[in-house]
Design a binder for this molecule. Structure first.
Ligand code: UGA
Length: 436
């Protein structure tokens, strides 16, 4: 099938390349010339395992190309909208400028029978409003939310755990759902659940899924706060409740909490939208979820201060990680970098290391010192704090080896990812989050 993908960021670039990899003829469109140049040369403009491979393969096969000209979308049967919906500068709502601009720019190139499939995470009600602009062209607007995780984006796109199609009522909607089934033919053939629903439900599925995940993380972090005043261990608690398969152990990782370009802004946009709908109270708990989350960053800072005997001024603190999670170079709303910045604000000499995110971090926070080599970064440290649980730190950093580099023996485990017993055995004061 001929497809266009409008917006070539984390979502769109991966979607375009993944669709080409399953046999479609795809054009990816973005207004950012540098991004298009890089993608056209087969270079991923961000770190995402497996993306470079499918980009190169798609371009070489002739099935994948990129353009800054929206007119190149003409002739495609399905047009995916994958532009960003960041938080507005002066509030909690989602900034819909890019979605509106993308749809408006696409309108002149649509033909009757085309399907416009929104993938961006949007406030419920967006699709209904956009449909008023798309309907006169004879194209059908559907909402087809994306559930990919950064770091696993290629796999999640090619082999998702479910597909959601929010379609208008009537034969036109059923036809559009069939078109999406054809797009995702390998998953459909394999029996992946393909759920057809109305557009508002599809929009809500996405925001409520992210709200649930954020709530689960803040729940366990709230338990960590209680553990801290009772001498309990939140990791053992998580293991024990996680064995109940109604609860499940996933997303019960207590630590410095969630960040990234999705969870934080999505729960805020959900609150803002619920307020507009007169139902603010229904998701008022999301404010608490946000606050618990932000408190844990401060708690990690406090542990470093305590570990160093009450103050960090002019102490050398090595921060292991900058990305909001491992397998990503994304530093948007990164709890890891936030902790580093807070420590710097207290007068510590902060050295940050990360296997992938240093360049991005340096652009936003040039005041911090960045060292690519892990061992060099550890040299002379009075305290070490793990904030992004890359294997390079979690599994591969031997505490005895770390002792030969660092000046002090304080390690704060902001992700509860280190082997506490091994670090203690090597002579370190180990401080976890919500652990005695
Ligand atoms: C999230 C969702 O997981 C995806 O399903 C969704 O498609 C995506 O947002 C999106 O809206 O596009 P992502 O932002 O890639 O994906 O990151 P997650 O893997 O969800 O992690 C989010 C944050 O939570 C990270 O900072 C991570 O370190 C933190 N986290 C995760 C915890 O603090 N504890 C956990 O147990 C799990």
């Amino acid at each position: 099938m001929k497809l266009s993908v409008v917006g070539c960021g984390y979502l769109g670039a991966v979607h375009a390349a993944a669709m080409a990899s399953i046999g479609h003829d795809v054009v990816g469109i973005d207004v950012d010339e540098r991004k298009i140049e890089s993608l056209s040369a087969g270079r991923a403009p961000f770190f995402e395992p497996g993306l470079a491979e499918i980009l190169t393969e798609g371009i070489e096969s002739g099935r994948l190309r990129f353009s800054t000209d929206m007119a190149d979308a003409a002739g495609a049967q399905v047009h995916f909208i994958g532009v960003g919906t960041p938080q507005v500068k002066d509030g909690y709502a989602a900034d819909m400028t890019y979605v509106n601009a993308a749809v408006d720019a696409l309108l002149p190139h649509l033909s009757p029978g085309d399907v416009v499939a929104g993938k961006s995470t949007v406030p419920v009600g967006t699709a209904a409003a956009l449909a008023e602009r798309v309907d006169p062209t004879g194209a059908t607007l559907v909402w087809n939310p994306e559930f990919l995780r950064e770091g696993w984006a290629v796999q999640d796109t090619i082999d998702p755990d479910r597909l959601v199609a929010g379609v208008p009522e009537g034969p036109e909607g059923l036809r559009a759902a069939q078109v999406l089934r054809d797009v995702y033919h390998p998953s459909v053939a394999k029996g992946t659940p393909f759920l057809v629903m109305d557009r508002a439900t599809a929009e809500l599925v996405k925001v409520s899924a992210n709200a649930f995940l954020a709530t689960k993380i803040s729940f366990i972090n709230a338990m960590a706060e209680i553990a801290e005043v009772t001498g309990a261990d939140v990791t053992q608690l998580a293991d024990a409740i996680g064995y109940d398969d109604r609860i499940g152990r996933k997303f019960l990782g207590a630590g410095i909490g969630f960040g990234g370009g999705c969870l934080p802004k999505d729960i805020r946009a959900f609150s803002a939208r619920a307020e507009e709908l007169g139902r603010g109270e229904s998701v008022a708990f999301l404010r608490e979820v946000d606050e618990i989350n932000l408190r844990r960053r401060e708690r990690a800072v406090q542990l470093v201060v305590e570990g160093l005997g009450g103050q960090v001024f002019e102490k050398n603190v090595t921060v292991l990680g900058a990305a909001f999670k491992p397998h990503s170079d994304d530093i948007r709303d990164s709890p890891a970098l936030d902790v580093a910045v807070r420590l710097h604000g207290l007068g510590a000499n902060v050295t940050v290391t990360d296997p992938a995110a240093i360049n991005n971090a340096r652009r936003v926070h040039p005041q911090l010192t960045y060292v690519e080599d892990r061992d060099l970064a550890l040299t002379g440290a009075d305290a070490v704090i793990l904030v992004t649980e890359w294997d390079e730190y979690r599994r591969e950093l031997d505490p005895t080896h770390a002792s030969t580099l660092a000046a002090g023996r304080v390690v704060v485990d902001g992700r509860n990812g280190l082997d506490a017993a091994a670090w203690r055995a090597a002579g370190w004061t180990y401080l976890g989050m919500g652990r005695p």
